[in-house]
Design a binder for this molecule. Sequence first.
Ligand code: ADP
Length: 485
Amino acid sequence: MTLLLDNPALLTDRAFIGGEWVSAKSGATVPVDNPATGAVIGTVPDCGEEDTRAAISAAERAYPAWRARTANDRAALLERWHALVLDKIADLGRIMTAEQGKPLAEAEGEIRYAATFIKWFAEEARRVDGAIIPAPEANRRILVMKEPVGVSAAITPWNFPAAMITRKCAPALAAGCPVVIKPSELTPYSALALAKLAEMAGFPAGVFSIVTGDAKAIGGVMTSSPIVRKLSFTGSTRVGVQLMQQSAGTLKRLSLELGGNAPLIVFDDADLDLAVASAMASKFRNAGQTCVCANRILVQDGIHDAFAERLAKAVSALKVAPGDQEGATIGPLINSAAVDKVKEHVDDALHHGAKIYAQAPEGAKGERFATPMVLTGATRDMRLADEETFGPVAPLFRFTHEEEGIEIANGTSYGLASYFYTENLHRAFRVAERLEAGMVALNTSGISMEMAPFGGVKMSGFGREGAHMGIEEYLETKTFHVGGL
Ligand code: ADP
């Protein structure tokens, strides 16, 4: 492995199962490459069913002692992990940029963001409390207690290789649940580096395992195992539906954070500067590869041309370059299939009458780089109106009346994030209450933060991560009736 790190031990080619750094039982490995160059960084174990069962068994063995620890104890370990993650931020950022492609500044930003979940849930661990309910008889008491749900599993995507892990594991661990994680096969090194730091922090063997490799085989065991009581998944709606079907036989608790098709609506009375800056951040973060990226930009007639012009200017300042290059703002896409999808969406839009209004200057060449662009004349019959483009293309849909804007915004089976821009208070509440989404943002595009619930409705899934609700996902309610007093 060629990556230059201050702490080379953070880059590991072993899975972490039951507190041991191991190869797959089969001995098989899978390569991991650098999307900017296509060069292989190294390999990781191609774990399968047997390895996954071993991780689940280790979690089961670790569970009684882990849940019996005091909340303060678990919080202290999380605090230590948090400090180690922040201390190693430079290396964690380098590892992420190498395997995921995002610019280094964004990678470090993600590590800071990932760390906030560890800190937050260290604090929440101490606040898991219950209730005492007035009973119907004088000699009875009714107590409501919260208990960990049990051994948990997490399947995470490649677009946020660190934050999606901490957002799931930190609340699980805080609640007293051991967790077995399957990171994306495209970005396992970030997950393994976090595991190294968790091991250094002193988590007991088996409470935190990382199983890399064969998604189908690992997911199959995770979903069918009666020992696993909870599965948290972030990824595509297609796979989410499949995992829910597979989990039906064991009636697992599920959190599914699935695809989005976020509208960003700019009304005539919007603050133009704010709307442009916000649309840029929402659309082009991670080269457009986030489930809350604005997929459709809906602009009202009166402000349309001014907005398009300003957005074009901002797009022309983007720098397409490998993520480790100074000043890069748009790195490569994750793989060539992602680039093909973006190209297909653009071709289809042009075929249906859209125009390329502006493009970023030509930057890095290579098969995984896509050119950021603004399209005008987008309409609902285009593929990009229905599907997540997951790339740096900003399509502008023009609309006339508020009602029409809301209708286009809601005209999707997804319901994750919605953004809108207006200076009118009446309109603000009218629109916020009508938008069908788990998260609605007025005059901002920043919605991912540890203290705010994150999650969707409709085909974007269910369950919430972050906030106090994030730990509830890993807690069970037990009612304790005490009679004959
Ligand atoms: P994306 O489109 O973002 O790559 P996916 O849903 O394909 O989303 O992937 C998200 C996560 O789900 C990854 O860790 C991937 O390996 C995993 N995954 C994909 N297919 C399956 C499957 N059949 N069973 C379990 N996990 C899967």
